[in-house]
Design a protein around this ligand. Sequence first.
Ligand code: BG6
Ligand code: MG
Length: 224
Amino acid sequence: MHMVDLQAFILDLDGVVTDTAEYHFRAWKRLADEEGVPFTREDNEQLRGVSRRRSLEILLGEHLSRYEEAQLLEMMARKNGYYQEFLGQITEDDLLPGARALIDTLKERGIKVAIGSASRNTQLVLDRLGITQIFDAIADGHCAARAKPAPDVFVWAAGRLDIYAQHCAVVEDAQAGVQAALAGGMVVVGVGPEERVGEAHFCYATTADIDLDEILTATAAGDV
Ligand code: BG6
Ligand code: MG
């Protein structure tokens, strides 16, 4: 990669800033049980970073053809109702370790910080976490026509920040998100296991492990 002057970081929400995967799992599990469709915690890993509709399609699998569009819409709404019940329990304590420190350090260095999430509950989650005001832009599931792995949500965030995509880094915990950021021509920072985020330019185990100096130094030197 050529030399990059990073001017903005776009953070995925679920799995990077907070861990809502467990709540998504419990909500999908309740729906799956009601529909008599098998669904395990392991199956849930496939839904990481994936849109609500695509999640339902994966969950139903071979049973998908049994359902009419209206039934699919009803199931998505039902799952979201269960999910939002869990969101009511979220507080500032649900920020992932290192998330707030990363955001504060970026801002201190004059780097813009945005959210780029597939979730249509982004605003609700950020409000519960008490951090809505600290972002320079918020791009969510309402902003993008195409879900990740299409780059739309990140491109929208970059546009909102008025910063070229090439000058943006994206932090992601999901394979679909890493692919989306790569497709958008951005520097990609993966958090999580190799099999999920291995294609990213930089990989760390968790948000708390992100080494900002390493990223800024390497990108500035064109050493990515
Ligand atoms: C992503 C989550 O951030 O948002 C996915 O990783 C989720 O698991 C997707 O399906 C859509 O979220 P929502 O809140 O719009 O149903
Ligand atoms: Mg995520």
